[in-house]
Ligand binder design. Structure first.
Ligand SMILES: Cc1ncc(COP(=O)(O)O)c(C=O)c1O
Length: 384
């Protein structure tokens, strides 16, 4: 598993060999598919095709096909995808939108920035929104739900859609962390009114800069996003159809993403193998809760391998000190950042997991030896 690229072991102060294992390594991925990326680069540069050209169209078509929707519209970021979705659905002042308490802040900020009120709901043990609590949070002002599919594992979309239908709510899927995952074969980002995607470099499909998209089966939403990403302009007629934004996906990024999307099915298989490697090596440690969930029909693509360690910061700091780059998103939940002006209504599951989360390196560029080093370091922390 993995390309065999040895990193020079470094000697730490205590005189013990320390290998550096990166969380992700975009430069190494570049080397893996250099010819294809270089071809894409030279094609764009030699023609000066920088804004809204064939590469963007091609990537949008391929993304829609991959997700299983009629349309995909390339935008500048995952945040833009969320923001644009809410605007397309006419959500604004006076409306409430349900969001998980445990997510990246952008999910909530998009709601605030369209003038609506975010209503936070706790998550369950799988890090995704608790549907029973979600139903209880619905009021007369609720207009939409934003389920987030965290780390490559989808929220319970059959239940979300059932609730949305019952209360006539819109559904915006924040699928920024779950490209390629599915439930009963139906892809993330194809269930709700829109699916929102981020191509930030750390994502399962990461660009070489920022990027995002929405996917949808609704022609009006696609048209709205296409116009509004370009300051409201209809590119065929030159007519401004509203006050819009400058947020379309850069053509060069689209060219790179189109190349990488071709590799994604094989790369997802690799991620699953690495997850299984971690599971087999670490499941005997009682203080670790590994991200393997037993739900028939749910397909985990492991954008992140986020485990819970009872030892919280002691565990994550030990890994960092020993050269293993890990993420601890999010030690401080976003609703506890005072400047955001959100109310902490008490979210016990979010609070508990926030103290314990730790994402191990999970990518396709890791070598066998590095993956083994990650395992050895974790085991060493637990005296194994
Ligand atoms: C769950 C989630 N939502 C939204 C976003 C926002 O995406 P971006 O950083 O591309 O704006 C991200 C990524 O950072 C994310 O992980």
């Amino acid at each position: 598993m993995g390309i065999r690229v040895w990193l020079e072991p470094q000697i730490c102060k205590a005189g013990v060999d320390v290998m550096k294992v990166k969380f992700v390594d975009p430069a190494r991925v570049y080397k893996m598919i250099k010819d294809e990326l270089d071809d894409a680069y030279f094609e764009v540069m030699s023609k000066g095709d920088l804004i809204d050209r064939g590469q963007l169209k091609s990537f949008e078509e391929n993304l829609a096909k991959f997700v299983g929707t009629k349309y995909a519209v390339g935008l500048n970021s995952g945040y833009d995808a969320l923001h644009m979705s809410l605007r397309a659905l006419g959500i604004g002042s006076g409306d409430e939108v349900i969001v998980p308490a445990h997510t990246f802040v952008a999910t909530c900020s998009a709601v605030v920035n369209v003038g609506a009120t975010p209503v936070l709901v706790d998550v369950t043990k799988d890090f995704n929104i608790d549907c029973e609590r979600m139903e209880k949070a619905i009021t007369k002002r609720t207009k939409a739900i934003i389920p987030v599919h965290l780390s490559g594992w989808m929220a319970d979309m059959p239940r979300v859609m059932e609730i949305a239908k019952k209360y006539k709510l819109k559904v915006v899927e924040d699928a920024c962390q779950s490209l390629g995952s599915s439930i009963n074969g139906k892809g993330a980002g194809s269930w709700g009114d829109t699916g929102c995607w981020s191509f930030y470099p750390f994502k399962i499909l990461g660009g070489y800069g920022d990027g995002g998209a929405i996917t949808t089966n609704d022609a009006d939403i696609a048209l709205f996003a296409r116009r509004m990403r370009y300051n409201g302009e209809d590119r065929d007629t030159g007519e401004y159809n509203g006050h819009g934004f400058t947020c379309l996906l850069d053509n060069l990024q689209a060219a790179f993403l189109d190349v990488k999307l071709r590799h994604l099915p094989a790369w997802i298989i690799k991620r699953k193998k690495l997850a299984e490697f971690y599971r087999q090596a670490l499941s005997d440690i009682p203080d670790l809760l590994l991200p393997h969930y037993d739900r028939p029909g749910f397909d985990h693509v492991y954008q992140n391998y986020t485990l819970r360690s009872r030892q919280g910061d002691d565990f994550s700091e030990y890994l960092k000190k020993n050269g293993v780059e890990v993420l601890t998103q999010f030690r401080k939940p976003y609703y506890r950042h005072n400047a955001l002006g959100l109310e902490d209504k008490g979210f016990p599951e979010t609070e508990a997991l926030s103290r314990e989360v730790c994402s191990l390196p999970m990518n396709v560029e890791i070598t066998d030896d590095e993956a083994q080093y990650v395992i050895d370091t974790v085991r060493k922390f637990y005296g194994k």
